[in-house]
Design a protein around this ligand. Sequence first.
Ligand code: 2BA
Length: 109
Amino acid sequence: MKMLIAVVQDKDSGQMSQLLVKRGFRATKLASTGGFLRAGNTTFLIGTEDEKIPEVIEIIQQSCKSRKQMVTPVSPLGSTVDSFMPYPLEVQVGGAAVFVLDVEQFHSF
Ligand code: 2BA
């Protein structure tokens, strides 16, 4: 058995949940925050059999789009107002960051 952890954008999480339920997968959704953008995103925990991992990855690819986002960097510690120019920076976010882990045991009571 595997545990798939997928960090996705909030905008894509509704469609992804629907597809997972429709195709018979069990999942848990957690509200999360990206360390870099400090913006909300959604983390899915999906426990499934090894052979079903490609199907889950296909669902994630179908649901999650890549988007560009502008970030204004925060002033680094110690810099003066004169020397720091906070130019907005464009970053590409997503489709999804996916981790697949081995599960030693699973119990459901
Ligand atoms: P954030 O950490 O808010 O990152 C948002 C986007 O900012 C990233 O998109 C990436 O394009 C950019 N980025 C992140 N760290 C950066 C850095 N140090 N310098 C320059 N650009 C940077 P994604 O790579 O698609 O990641 C989307 C979200 O997935 C991340 O949100 C984070 O919540 C999660 N994530 C991505 N990689 C991860 C990892 N290795 N471990 C844990 N979470 C991860």
